[in-house]
Design a protein around this ligand. Sequence first.
Ligand SMILES: Cc1cc2nc3c(=O)[nH]c(=O)nc-3n(C[C@H](O)[C@H](O)[C@H](O)COP(=O)(O)OP(=O)(O)OC[C@H]3O[C@@H](n4cnc5c(N)ncnc54)[C@H](O)[C@@H]3O)c2cc1C
Length: 463
Amino acid sequence: MTDVSQLPRITVIGAGLAGSEAALAAAKLGVAVDLYEMRPTKMTPAHRSGNFAELVCSNSLGGQGDLQAKGLLQSEMRAVGSAVMHSADTARLPAGGALAVEREQFSAQITQAVREHPAITVYGEEVTHLPAGPLVIATGPLTSEALSQELAALTGQEQLAFYDAAAPVIAFESINMDIAFRAGRYEQEADYLNCPFDREQYDSFFAALETARSHTPHDWEKLEFFESCMPIEEIARRGKDTPRFGPMKPRGLTDPRTGRWPYAVAQLRQEDQEGRLWSLVGFQTGLKWGDQQTVVRLIPGLEAAEIVRYGVMHRNTYLNAPQVLSADMQLKMRPGAFVAGVLAGTEGYLESAATGWLAGTNAAQVALGLPTIVPPAESMLGGLTRYLASANPKNYQPMNVNWALVPELPPEINEKTGKPRKLGKREKRPVLYQRGLHAFVDWAKDAGVPVQQPPACQPCRCK
Ligand SMILES: Cc1cc2nc3c(=O)[nH]c(=O)nc-3n(C[C@H](O)[C@H](O)[C@H](O)COP(=O)(O)OP(=O)(O)OC[C@H]3O[C@@H](n4cnc5c(N)ncnc54)[C@H](O)[C@@H]3O)c2cc1C
């Protein structure tokens, strides 16, 4: 029997979705883990129990299957024996296309797996200073005050955000470029996509914005807005023309189709290096998602917009990932310290668990004297971690997984015409799914990570 005291050790801070997965992934690789969780001694404003991996709001881990970006991430996690996915599969509830779970059973199982693991020692304490040695910091969106201060001192105050005032992010392929045009104000560099409104279009858009319903924040997260982060619905409340003189001002933006400045403009700024994700400038919003989609789709050029990340306004502690993290989830200013979950600039239960798995694996690699690893770009986890490390750091906002994070498929040539054939979503996504999962499994085997072989794809078009 292994003497745990002789194993290389790592520390994990936080036993939420990310920290629990990190601790179990590291322990599986043969390191001892000191896991610190402050609940129930010190509660966060959102958690209700002392259980690990508590789901603070919905009980869904996202859509399933080969048409869903979350579906690919779920399969990758299953392939490497994720504890969160195992628990989700055991505690699942019928929920159509989504992976919903019975929340008590889900977190009770994870708590038990962590507490009973012989190589994991749990300390019911708040961590206020970062310990030495290989480390995973996974303290989530409600990281305690003292540790937040420590992180701000380490990374720079301006790299740590305390609330998320995010605008919707749109997939480029869903933007109608026959209407939107590239331009910068007053002939500056054409870095923006501009959606031009005429008066009638603006009137319809404004009417929808005025009546759209907002998400009601919990009492503890009532936010005081800075002028620069005012939600678009709040700007609209100040008068019909206020958006047109604020974030929607058309001055200096000549529409090449009319040769004139439009009546109003919604601008989009590039979010990723490849230009596949664009966020609506000045459109931070707390509107309910259904209403948000209705309003966004009334913007000319965005009639079929695919919103890959909805706007939100809520309390959230997170790092400016592209400034401070490498794609292996390591803090640039503190080698050997890895960050995971929402604190690392992701969004969502599943994304938190998946980055927790990678951070835990890499902290174990460091403890074992091995190089750190990064999943391939074609996999959803590889796409996400590369995005974290390389996104636009200006106004960085946390990201969910989505198909724009993985490379496009090479164009398929139509045999009859010899021209490239544009694939529809339903044709393309299963291929991206198969390609991503196979690349992930091959990579994990090469990296020496224990894997379960996924079923072969029929027919296989992923190579
Ligand atoms: C109110 C709210 C609702 C959300 N709803 C959803 C949703 O419906 N669906 C979804 O996918 N995502 C949701 N999220 C976003 C996110 O997916 C979850 O917050 C998720 O739990 C994040 O996982 P995590 O591991 O990063 O953090 P958490 O699961 O919050 O885990 C962090 C852990 O660290 C502990 N901790 C904090 N500071 C310290 C310290 N100094 N020392 C020791 N322990 C510490 C905390 O007690 C906590 O257990 C929500 C977030 C919030 C805040």
